[in-house]
Ligand binder design. Structure first.
Ligand SMILES: Cc1cc2nc3c(=O)[nH]c(=O)nc-3n(C[C@H](O)[C@H](O)[C@H](O)COP(=O)(O)O)c2cc1C
Length: 388
């Protein structure tokens, strides 16, 4: 049997469910609801997680295994583990300084952290703490001038991968956010302030790190906008409607790896291939946009079963992955790389500065264990273990 690497993490939180429970007790309800929620009746949120249960894997006990290698080559870089951190907006609202905590931990473990355009740390700061390794997710700006400025800033920090989000032609209808007042524009009402007072660690840390803001967008905003003006700024500045022409313009400017996030159908996959992008992230925005859509893992299954797609670009996915076993399942279905959103925020909410490191180590340990059990030596072999 191969020697197991030492995965050291806080043994009180061996699973995403443990981290989520702890995070819920430390994050004010309005912010936790923002993190947790899906759209409409939250059916696709449910499907994202539960459809993984139908993916079954088999071992091959009598083959002789070698040492396990979890690394993956992607866009010219060898990542030490086959998963990354999805872009999440307003991260610092859910847990103070979350983007920096996660970007640092990802850099230490050599996995990708993706900064959202609407997260609470700037492109430059995240490039610094991640030693230039962080990816960036672009909400498409309405004006070309702003798009070009952001792309120039990304070039200046040598951002390795640009991810363009395509699945927000309008904001998702999210009842939890409407009720808590945390919609666009975000509002702070009496109930939210009261909820914050019941979460003292969050409150103290928010005071330490300052009220979160859209740090990357600061240069384009007038000073002293109140919250409703901020919402108006966001609506005016970004258009979710990303068409082929807009992506083509970015493809012409951006010479590095370009990825489209939110591809879930054959039609969009064919368009992505036509546009010459380097990869797609099969995603439904964590079940936050279309409640009648299929789960990410089901979309992935359809798209990776077509060799015309798999041979042309990298097909990655996110949505509903909650364990090393789920990671193994997604690779078995044919994914080239996988991302997770909420689990990392649970980790930081539960364990603050230790949360990034803990969650990454926990997933590595879980994936290692299932790979050992399935008797595979590397990520590619997982495809042979799918029970069809
Ligand atoms: C609170 C929250 C905020 C998000 N903000 C963004 C965002 O700013 N940009 C983006 O591309 N995706 C965003 N997403 C979607 C995630 O990148 C990712 O697709 C999703 O969380 C994956 O599902 P999972 O949470 O089940 O892993 C957000 C998701 C959540 C839960």
């Amino acid at each position: 049997m191969s020697t197991k690497p030492i995965y050291k993490y806080n043994s009180r939180y061996p699973s995403v469910a443990d981290l989520k429970k702890k995070a819920k007790s430390r994050i004010p309800k309005f912010a936790f609801d923002y993190l947790e929620g899906g759209c409409n009746e939250e059916l696709n949120l449910y499907r994202n997680e539960n459809d993984f249960d139908n993916i079954l894997l088999k071992p091959q006990y009598l083959r002789v295994g070698k040492d396990i290698d979890m690394s993956v080559d992607l866009f010219g870089h060898k990542y030490s583990a086959p998963f990354g951190i999805s872009p999440i907006g307003l991260q610092g609202l859910m847990w103070p300084n979350a983007p920096e905590i996660l970007a640092k931990a990802a850099a230490k473990h050599d996995i990708p952290y993706t900064l959202s355009t609407v997260s609470t740390s700037s492109i430059e700061r995240i490039a610094e703490v991640s030693e230039g390794k962080a990816w960036f997710q672009l909400y498409h700006p309405t004006e070309d001038r702003l798009r070009d400025d952001i792309l120039n800033r990304l070039k200046a920090v040598e951002c390795p991968v640009l991810v363009v989000l395509v699945d927000v032609p309008s904001f998702g209808l999210r009842y939890r956010e409407i009720k808590s007042g945390l919609s666009m524009p975000p509002k702070m009402n009496i109930s939210n302030i009261f909820q914050a007072m019941t979460r003292p660690t969050w409150g103290i840390k928010t005071l330490q790190h300052g009220i979160p803001s859209f740090a990357t967008l600061k240069p384009y905003m007038e000073k002293g906008l109140d919250l409703s003006q901020l919402g108006q700024f966001m609506n005016k500045t970004f258009t979710g409607k990303v068409n082929m022409e807009k992506v083509k313009a970015i493809r012409d400017i951006w010479t590095g790896p370009l990825v489209l996030k939110g591809i879930a159908t054959e039609e969009d996959m064919q368009a992505a291939i036509e546009l010459g992008v380097d990869g797609v992230i099969v995603s439904n925005h964590g079940g936050r946009q279309i409640d009648a859509g299929e789960s990410s893992i089901v979309s992935l299954q359809k798209l990776t079963s077509n060799p015309n797609y798999t041979s042309k670009l990298k097909i990655m996915m996110d949505g509903g992955i909650r364990s090393g076993v789920d990671l193994a399942r997604a690779y078995a279905v044919g994914s080239d790389f996988n991302f997770m959103g909420r689990p990392f925020m649970y980790g930081v909410g539960a364990l603050d500065t230790e949360g990034g490191d803990h969650t990454i180590t926990m997933f590595k340990a879980q994936l290692y264990q299932i790979m050992q059990q399935l008797t595979v030596d590397n990520i590619q072999q997982l495809q042979e273990r799918l029970i069809k």
